[in-house]
Ligand binder design. Structure first.
Ligand code: ADP
Ligand code: MG
Length: 239
């Protein structure tokens, strides 16, 4: 679990500035949800926090330490994407073990952690299968399991449910909430454009608009006191 601070964080691609100065404080163990329309910068912001891309202005702090130039594997983050990105030729077990093996964990440690993660996600009966032998929901759980085995301080999710059908979306959403509880309250940052996901999962919601923060607050605060019509439109309350 980590405390994350963004101080006037900016990102440009050439002349195009897409993140325009974001100040935000995420508490240790908090479940923070980013919402906002397509193209507002949600995925970019997650990539900046993960270290997959470098910020072009401002500061990013983890537990009070500046991590602007710290590589992803040293930040203690794990990211789950919309597309599962599993290795097709590897079994579920090997997919989940891959990152740990790269990090030179002992075989015993790898086995214990993969089995614990598989149990938590109820995929322990699928460890010998290949990705193509799994349903979409099972594949997404393997992707989440792979992230868990890295024992991250921070979990980043980029619209992880958008490729699932409605019933599976609900089930997987509940599992992510359960995970947040069971993993000693690991810090989670979750991107979605789905109001229901945002309202049910979030400790706080950060509404993004065109590369800037429009409003941050608990689901209740945003619902009852939206700062603008834009927020009201997103959260679904009349204003
Ligand atoms: P969201 O996830 O909210 O839909 P993105 O973070 O993917 O938005 O994109 C924000 C803006 O940044 C968009 O205008 C997008 O076209 C632009 N963008 C994202 N990645 C790149 C890139 N690698 N090069 C240039 N522009 C990019
Ligand atoms: Mg996106």
């Amino acid at each position: 679990m980590a405390e994350i601070q963004l101080k006037d964080v900016r990102k440009s691609y050439g002349a195009l500035e897409v993140i325009k100065g974001i100040d935000l404080h995420i508490e240790p163990g908090e479940f923070m949800v980013f919402v906002g329309p397509s193209g507002c910068g949600k995925s970019t912001l997650l990539r900046l926090i993960s270290g997959l891309e470098d910020i072009t202005g401002g500061d990013l702090m983890f537990d009070g330490q500046r991590v602007n130039n710290v590589i992803p594997s040293k930040r203690g983050v794990a990211m789950v994407f919309q597309s599962y990105a599993l290795y097709p030729h590897m079994t579920v077990y090997d997919n989940m073990a891959f990152g740990m093996k790269l990090a030179k964990a002992s075989a015993q440690d790898v086995k214990a952690r993969v089995e614990a993660a598989a149990k938590l996600l109820q995929i322990d009966h699928l460890l010998d299968r290949l990705p193509k032998q799994l349903s979409g929901g099972q594949r997404q759980r393997v992707a989440i399991g792979r992230a868990i085995t890295r024992d991250p301080r921070v979990f980043l999710f980029d619209e992880p449910l958008s490729n699932l059908d409605a019933a599976l979306r609900v089930q997987t959403r509940l599992e992510i909430a359960k995970l947040h509880h069971e993993m000693d309250k690991v810090t989670m940052i979750y991107v979605t454009h789905d109001q229901v996901e945002a309202m049910t999962l979030a400790d706080r919601i950060c509404v993004l608009r065109d590369g800037l923060v429009e409003q941050v607050g608990t689901p209740e605060e945003l619902y009852e006191r939206p700062a603008s019509l834009f927020v009201a439109g997103f959260i679904g309350s009349p204003k």
